[in-house]
Design a protein around this ligand. Structure first.
Ligand code: SF4
Ligand code: SF4
Length: 248
């Protein structure tokens, strides 16, 4: 690993430490496991056509198909694919086979690995890249870029989840529980969001991920200090990091 990569890795690690400790108490953080998303996964158009045939849309072991009348999702057209637009498609479909576990970590649905996507694992792009279209439409490109970069470096990134996404996922889980069809997302009012749904913490994180200079890092530490967010543990870590950075 060259110095620059190692430096970036440390910075991203640091950002995660800060996020994990909660800069803003009123946020929900989700985490992504790099171990999973660095695997190859062929959920591409080519992979769907030649390997799985999009089984997740007509597998009764999965919702929304479970709520369908003919053993497949009611919104699946065999010629056109999903009839929902990107704006209306359920979030659980947009990010599938990512599912959220009880530790607020996005993991790969075990049924996908053992059943309907089984043959799609082991070839194609990295998992995070294979799902990029749906993830970007859900979380925004900058955040997906960040997750991709951090996981490539072997870090498990945390990120703040937009309240509208949380509310939508909660609604979809309720529908899944009683096996009723999902409704278009645009039917539900959306609370106003900061800047394209990118949250405060993520904004801050995006600035930090471009830290290249020693002085930027010092500035960040000072800002944390001014806001009373520089805990003893972090202070120790920063001193250690600053010392080692000056030696680079
Ligand atoms: S809503 Fe669309 S993506 Fe989701 S299962 Fe149905 S057809 Fe597939
Ligand atoms: S999630 Fe799995 S079954 Fe569905 S399209 Fe992708 S690879 Fe195929």
């Amino acid at each position: 690993m060259n110095v620059e990569t190692s430096f970036r890795k440390e910075i991203i690690y640091l950002i995660n430490e800060v996020l994990n400790m909660g800069l803003d108490r009123d946020v929900t953080l989700w985490k992504v496991s790099s171990k999973w998303v660095n695997r190859c996964f062929n959920c591409t158009l080519e992979g769907i056509k030649t390997i799985c045939g999009g089984k997740c849309c007509h597998s009764q072991s999965y919702y929304p198909p479970r709520a369908g009348k003919n053993g497949m999702c009611d919104f699946l057209d065999m010629e056109k694919g999903c009839l929902f637009s990107m704006e209306d498609k359920p979030i659980i479909c947009m990010i599938y086979p990512f599912i959220l576990n009880e530790n607020n970590t996005l993991v790969i649905h075990h049924r996908s690995m053992n059943l309907h996507c089984k043959e799609n694992y082991g070839s194609g792009p990295r998992f995070i890249e294979a799902l990029r279209g749906g993830l970007e439409a859900t979380f925004g490109k900058p955040l997906v870029d960040y997750i991709s970069e951090a996981t490539e470096l072997g870090i498990d990134p945390y990120f703040e989840v937009d309240k509208n996404i949380l509310e939508t996922v909660r609604r979809e889980e309720e529908w899944a529980e009683v096996s009723v069809n999902p409704q278009p997302r645009t039917k539900f009012p959306v609370e106003s969001n900061p800047k394209d749904g990118i949250s405060k913490v993520v904004d801050r994180l995006l600035v930090l991920r471009d830290v290249e200079e020693f002085s930027d890092l010092v500035e960040f530490v000072e800002e944390l200090h001014e806001n009373g967010e520089l805990t003893e543990g972090l202070r120790f870590y920063f001193v250690y990091r600053l010392e080692s950075i000056t030696n680079i």
